[in-house]
Design a protein around this ligand. Structure first.
Ligand SMILES: [Zn+2]
Length: 186
C-alpha cells in the first residue's frame, strides 16, 4: 500500500457503496483506491483554482478573507463552475466577491500549489466599478504595483511574474506576516 493511497479519506464507492480496494488503474501502475466493481477510481487529480491580479485605477486589489488573521491579504480566487470558461469563472468570482466588473482579462501563468493539491490559473484582470465586498471578505487594500510583496508559494509566483513583465523589481517575503503591510498569497 502506498503512502498516498493509505492517506486517502475515501473508503466507499460513491456509486454502489462497496468498500474501495487499492488497484493500479493506469499504465503507470500506481495504486489508487477504486471500486471493486469498476464504478469509480479515486484519481486525486489537482483541482484548478482561478486567481486574479485585479487592477482598479492602476492599483492592485488585495482582500482579506473573513477567516484570516489581521494583515493577511491575498488575490481574489475561486473555483470554476461546470460549463464556464476560466475567463468567465474569474469574472464571475470577481463580481461575487467585490462587485467589480471585469474588463480585459489576460493570462499570467499556471502555477503549482501542491500543498493543497491545486493548480493555480492566474489572470491579470482590469476591473471597473465600486468595491462592495461579499461577506466572505473582511477588508481590502489597493496597492501600487511596485509595492506588492509576493510570498514564495502559490499565487505569489503569479504576482512576481506579473511584476517582472511590467519591469518592476520583485521582493519576496518568505512567510505570511513577514512584512508589516501587504502580501499576496493563495
Ligand atoms: Zn462501485
Amino acid at each position: 500500500m502506498s503512502a498516498e493511497a493509505a492517506a486517502s479519506e475515501f473508503k466507499f464507492c460513491p456509486v454502489c457503496a462497496a468498500p474501495l480496494v487499492l488497484r493500479a488503474d493506469d499504465d503507470a501502475g500506481k495504486l489508487r483506491p477504486a471500486c471493486p466493481h469498476g464504478h469509480w477510481t479515486h484519481w486525486d487529480n489537482p483541482l484548478p483554482v482561478l486567481a486574479a491580479i485585479v487592477e482598479l485605477d492602476g492599483r492592485i486589489l488585495l482582500a482579506r478573507n473573513a477567516a484570516w488573521s489581521e494583515g493577511k491579504f491575498a488575490l481574489i480566487t475561486g473555483f470554476m463552475e461546470r460549463d464556464e470558461t476560466p475567463e468567465q469563472g474569474i469574472a464571475r468570482e470577481l463580481k461575487e466577491e467585490t462587485d467589480l466588473d471585469a474588463g480585459e482579462i489576460t493570462l499570467v501563468g499556471v502555477y503549482e500549489f501542491m500543498r493543497k493539491n491545486e493548480l493555480i490559473i492566474a489572470y491579470h484582470v482590469k476591473a471597473s466599478g465600486v468595491v462592495r465586498l461579499s461577506p466572505e471578505l473582511l477588508e481590502y487594500r489597493l496597492v501600487e504595483p511596485a509595492d506588492l510583496l509576493p510570498w514564495r508559494a502559490g499565487t505569489g509566483y503569479a504576482v512576481a511574474d506579473w511584476m517582472r513583465l511590467r519591469g518592476l523589481a520583485v521582493t519576496f517575503v518568505d512567510t505570511l506576516g513577514a512584512a508589516p503591510t501587504l502580501q499576496s498569497a493563495q
